[in-house]
Design a protein around this ligand. Structure first.
Ligand code: SME
Length: 163
Protein backbone atom coordinates (compact mmCIF):
# COMPACT_ATOMS: atom_id res chain seq x y z
CA UNK A 1 0.00 0.00 0.00
CA UNK A 2 1.42 3.38 -0.95
CA UNK A 3 -0.20 6.70 -0.13
CA UNK A 4 -1.11 8.76 -3.16
CA UNK A 5 -1.09 12.52 -2.55
CA UNK A 6 -4.40 14.00 -3.57
CA UNK A 7 -5.74 17.50 -3.76
CA UNK A 8 -8.78 17.96 -1.57
CA UNK A 9 -11.67 20.03 -2.95
CA UNK A 10 -12.24 23.45 -1.38
CA UNK A 11 -15.98 22.84 -1.00
CA UNK A 12 -16.59 21.34 2.43
CA UNK A 13 -19.20 18.67 1.53
CA UNK A 14 -16.94 17.26 -1.21
CA UNK A 15 -13.91 17.65 1.07
CA UNK A 16 -15.47 15.58 3.85
CA UNK A 17 -16.88 13.03 1.42
CA UNK A 18 -13.33 12.46 0.16
CA UNK A 19 -11.88 12.43 3.68
CA UNK A 20 -14.27 9.64 4.70
CA UNK A 21 -13.35 7.66 1.57
CA UNK A 22 -9.64 8.09 2.35
CA UNK A 23 -10.19 6.88 5.91
CA UNK A 24 -11.96 3.77 4.63
CA UNK A 25 -9.26 3.17 2.01
CA UNK A 26 -6.24 3.53 4.29
CA UNK A 27 -7.64 2.22 7.58
CA UNK A 28 -10.22 -0.35 6.45
CA UNK A 29 -9.81 -4.08 7.03
CA UNK A 30 -7.30 -3.62 9.84
CA UNK A 31 -8.20 -5.35 13.13
CA UNK A 32 -5.57 -3.60 15.27
CA UNK A 33 -6.87 -0.40 16.86
CA UNK A 34 -3.46 1.29 17.13
CA UNK A 35 -2.83 0.68 13.43
CA UNK A 36 -6.25 2.09 12.50
CA UNK A 37 -5.74 5.22 14.65
CA UNK A 38 -2.18 5.73 13.40
CA UNK A 39 -3.22 5.75 9.76
CA UNK A 40 -6.37 7.77 10.54
CA UNK A 41 -4.23 10.50 12.14
CA UNK A 42 -1.99 10.53 9.07
CA UNK A 43 -4.94 10.67 6.64
CA UNK A 44 -6.62 13.47 8.59
CA UNK A 45 -3.48 15.58 9.05
CA UNK A 46 -2.62 15.24 5.32
CA UNK A 47 -6.05 16.59 4.36
CA UNK A 48 -5.65 19.92 6.19
CA UNK A 49 -2.93 22.24 4.91
CA UNK A 50 -3.37 24.46 7.98
CA UNK A 51 -3.20 21.71 10.59
CA UNK A 52 0.01 21.28 12.59
CA UNK A 53 -1.29 18.46 14.84
CA UNK A 54 -3.91 15.74 14.41
CA UNK A 55 -4.34 12.77 16.67
CA UNK A 56 -6.24 10.86 19.28
CA UNK A 57 -6.51 10.83 23.06
CA UNK A 58 -8.15 7.72 24.50
CA UNK A 59 -10.12 7.42 27.75
CA UNK A 60 -8.13 5.62 30.43
CA UNK A 61 -9.83 5.77 33.81
CA UNK A 62 -10.41 9.43 34.68
CA UNK A 63 -7.85 10.73 32.18
CA UNK A 64 -7.21 10.84 28.47
CA UNK A 65 -4.08 9.02 27.36
CA UNK A 66 -2.14 10.09 24.28
CA UNK A 67 -2.80 7.83 21.30
CA UNK A 68 -1.49 7.81 17.73
CA UNK A 69 -0.91 11.29 16.30
CA UNK A 70 0.92 13.36 13.69
CA UNK A 71 2.74 16.46 14.83
CA UNK A 72 5.09 17.62 17.55
CA UNK A 73 5.37 15.70 20.85
CA UNK A 74 2.38 16.32 23.10
CA UNK A 75 1.24 15.97 26.70
CA UNK A 76 0.66 12.28 27.40
CA UNK A 77 -2.20 12.52 29.96
CA UNK A 78 -5.07 14.99 30.29
CA UNK A 79 -7.48 14.68 33.26
CA UNK A 80 -11.22 14.76 32.55
CA UNK A 81 -12.39 18.38 32.56
CA UNK A 82 -8.91 19.81 31.88
CA UNK A 83 -7.75 21.52 28.70
CA UNK A 84 -9.79 21.56 25.52
CA UNK A 85 -9.69 17.76 25.26
CA UNK A 86 -10.83 17.09 28.81
CA UNK A 87 -13.53 19.75 28.43
CA UNK A 88 -14.92 18.02 25.31
CA UNK A 89 -15.05 14.77 27.31
CA UNK A 90 -16.76 16.41 30.29
CA UNK A 91 -19.33 18.16 28.08
CA UNK A 92 -19.78 15.12 25.82
CA UNK A 93 -19.63 17.40 22.79
CA UNK A 94 -17.23 18.94 20.29
CA UNK A 95 -15.29 22.05 21.30
CA UNK A 96 -14.10 24.54 18.68
CA UNK A 97 -11.57 27.11 19.92
CA UNK A 98 -10.93 30.05 17.60
CA UNK A 99 -8.10 31.45 19.73
CA UNK A 100 -6.40 29.10 22.15
CA UNK A 101 -5.06 32.12 24.07
CA UNK A 102 -8.64 32.89 25.09
CA UNK A 103 -9.54 29.39 26.28
CA UNK A 104 -8.96 29.22 30.02
CA UNK A 105 -7.04 26.09 30.88
CA UNK A 106 -5.84 25.40 27.35
CA UNK A 107 -2.90 22.99 27.49
CA UNK A 108 -0.20 24.21 25.10
CA UNK A 109 1.79 21.46 23.40
CA UNK A 110 3.07 23.27 20.31
CA UNK A 111 3.45 27.00 20.95
CA UNK A 112 2.75 27.74 17.27
CA UNK A 113 -0.85 26.45 17.65
CA UNK A 114 -3.46 29.23 17.45
CA UNK A 115 -6.76 27.37 17.14
CA UNK A 116 -8.03 23.92 17.97
CA UNK A 117 -10.94 21.53 17.53
CA UNK A 118 -11.73 18.50 19.68
CA UNK A 119 -14.31 15.93 18.62
CA UNK A 120 -15.50 13.20 21.01
CA UNK A 121 -15.58 9.63 19.72
CA UNK A 122 -18.36 7.46 21.07
CA UNK A 123 -18.82 3.70 21.08
CA UNK A 124 -21.92 2.13 19.52
CA UNK A 125 -23.41 1.73 23.02
CA UNK A 126 -23.01 5.48 23.60
CA UNK A 127 -19.99 5.11 25.90
CA UNK A 128 -17.09 7.51 25.56
CA UNK A 129 -14.00 6.17 23.76
CA UNK A 130 -11.74 9.19 23.32
CA UNK A 131 -11.27 12.31 21.23
CA UNK A 132 -9.94 13.42 17.89
CA UNK A 133 -7.84 16.54 18.52
CA UNK A 134 -6.58 18.93 15.85
CA UNK A 135 -4.51 22.10 16.09
CA UNK A 136 -3.83 24.81 13.55
CA UNK A 137 -1.24 27.57 13.35
CA UNK A 138 -4.02 29.85 12.01
CA UNK A 139 -6.52 31.60 14.28
CA UNK A 140 -10.13 30.45 13.72
CA UNK A 141 -9.04 27.78 11.24
CA UNK A 142 -11.86 25.34 12.08
CA UNK A 143 -15.39 26.36 11.11
CA UNK A 144 -18.75 24.98 12.13
CA UNK A 145 -18.77 23.03 8.84
CA UNK A 146 -15.48 21.48 9.92
CA UNK A 147 -17.02 20.54 13.26
CA UNK A 148 -19.87 18.76 11.48
CA UNK A 149 -17.53 17.14 8.94
CA UNK A 150 -15.08 15.98 11.58
CA UNK A 151 -17.92 14.59 13.70
CA UNK A 152 -18.79 12.42 10.66
CA UNK A 153 -15.13 11.46 10.26
CA UNK A 154 -14.99 10.51 13.96
CA UNK A 155 -18.01 8.23 13.38
CA UNK A 156 -16.19 6.67 10.44
CA UNK A 157 -13.17 6.04 12.68
CA UNK A 158 -15.42 4.51 15.38
CA UNK A 159 -16.87 2.19 12.72
CA UNK A 160 -13.39 1.17 11.56
CA UNK A 161 -12.44 0.43 15.18
CA UNK A 162 -15.62 -1.66 15.57
CA UNK A 163 -16.19 -0.13 19.01
N1 SME B 1 -4.39 21.64 23.57
C1 SME B 1 -4.89 20.41 24.11
C2 SME B 1 -3.77 19.49 24.52
C3 SME B 1 -3.33 18.55 23.46
S1 SME B 1 -2.42 19.27 22.24
O1 SME B 1 -3.18 20.32 21.57
C4 SME B 1 -1.92 18.16 21.16
C5 SME B 1 -5.83 20.69 25.27
O2 SME B 1 -5.90 21.83 25.74
O3 SME B 1 -6.50 19.76 25.72
Amino acid sequence: MSYIEIEYPAEKPAFYDLLNKQLLEYCGGEPDKTAVLANASAVIKAAFSGANWAGFYLADGEALKLGPFQGRPAVSRIPKGKGVCGTAWQRGESVVVEDVGCFEGHIACDCSSRSEIVIPIFKSDGGFFGVLDMDSTETAYFSDEDRAGLEDAAKTVAGLLEI
